[in-house]
Design a protein around this ligand. Structure first.
Ligand code: WQD
Length: 345
């Protein structure tokens, strides 16, 4: 019998790539999404890639009665991977209550339903934003969590705490929080990828949209930081590598011999890359010259952060396989596909 895994936010960027890897590893996948920031056609695309169509349930996890009835009507779920959340840092500053309500009420509803239905395991989508600007680099999981700069970041910090406290109080329940660094790229099939609505806030979609002519130019937010070339440093990892870590985390939670009830792992490459280096990588793989200018710093930006992924390397047996260039290449292929082939109706 296949083990049943629920992927919330399953038609979103990381959720869809994770669903593919889960199906490839023999799990039965149920996607839950309210399609607030994604398209139902993504479920079909997952089916095209894997040969197995995942079931998609469209509803809002903030609706407590619906969440309870869904889990009552769907017994035998082994684990939940919880991606569903609002994720725009800038927007969260202007709409804090929407962010707190959406990201935290959905999590509480899920945890309550897990307790009620006896679902033992959750993988939680967390973020390196919990570290703020770390004093020591690369950053390990032991680094102190710093006051969040945005309401979005705060929902991830509070989310981790809610899960930790619930696990401590609930016999038989386990969770793993995965702190992502900067996921980029798309599935090599060209069938799924990131679909930002409106003007992207993140670097790589902004680069590819500029290259394809949707944006006039990229603005590099600052070249006067204390870094070798003056631009900010991040740890960009391929979304497929990230997706694979979720499958490993699920298997770890499901294994009877695994005794730790609550664990946290950094997911990154371990290498810091500057904004200007990221642009160079894009230019190299696309053969294009990117139009960009250097402007002022973006409020709230961290100067430099990259992961120490050795805990995940050691404990999960996971490490990134794709290079920055590989990831950029798939991001660019995907951008071209969105315009040419991606039709949502
Ligand atoms: C990367 C770098 C910008 C756009 C993201 C998420 C955040 C968290 C961590 C998940 C920065 C620069 C960007 C542009 C630029 N992830 N940049 N021009 O800031 O690391 O945050 O990852 O929880 O929620 O948003 O990523 O892609 O926005 O920026 O120069 O037009 O690119 O200053 O140095 P960031 P990003």
């Amino acid at each position: 019998m296949k083990k049943k895994i629920v992927v919330t936010g399953g038609t979103g960027y990381i959720g869809s790539h994770t669903a593919v890897e889960l199906i490839n590893e023999g799990f039965e996948v149920i996607l839950i999404d309210n399609l607030h920031n994604s398209e139902s056609i993504v479920a079909e695309r997952i089916g095209e890639i894997t040969g197995i169509n995942p079931h998609l349930e469209v509803f809002d996890l903030c609706k407590r009665k619906k969440v309870r009835s869904f889990f009552r009507d769907n017994p035998g779920i082994s684990a939940i991977i919880h991606f569903a959340a609002f994720k725009a840092v800038g927007e969260s500053v202007n709409k804090p209550l929407e962010y707190y309500r959406n990201n935290l009420v959905s999590l509480i509803n899920l945890l309550e339903a897990m307790k009620e239905s006896g679902i033992p395991s959750m993988v939680f989508s967390s973020s390196c934003t919990v570290y703020g600007q770390p004093e020591k680099l690369p950053v390990t999981e032991d680094a102190p969590v710093q006051p969040a700069i945005s309401p979005y970041g705060n929902t991830k910090q509070i989310g981790e705490e809610i899960i930790r406290d619930t696990i401590a109080a609930t016999q038989g329940m386990k969770a793993i929080a995965l702190r992502y660094f900067n996921p980029i790229g798309a599935h090599p099939s060209g069938l799924i990828g990131e679909l930002p609505r409106g003007v992207p806030e993140n670097l790589v979609p902004f680069i590819t949209q500029t290259a394809i002519g949707l944006r006039d130019e990229l603005k590099v937010f600052g070249d006067d930081y204390d870094t070798p070339d003056g631009s900010c440093i991040r740890d960009y990892l391929h979304v497929v590598d990230l997706a694979k870590a979720h499958v490993i985390a699920v298997k770890r939670l499901l294994s009877q011999s695994h005794k730790n009830n609550y664990e946290v792992f950094n997911l990154g490459t371990g290498t810091g890359v500057s904004v200007l280096e990221a642009i160079k990588s894009f230019e190299k793989v696309s053969g294009l010259k990117l139009k960009y200018t250097v402007t002022g710093r973006r409020a709230g930006d961290i100067e430099k952060i990259w992961a120490d992924p050795s805990l995940a390397n050691r404990e999960l047996g996971w490490k990134t396989e794709s290079s920055l260039d590989d990831a950029m290449k798939t991001a660019w292929e995907w951008e071209k596909n969105i315009r040419n082939k991606f039709k949502s109706s």
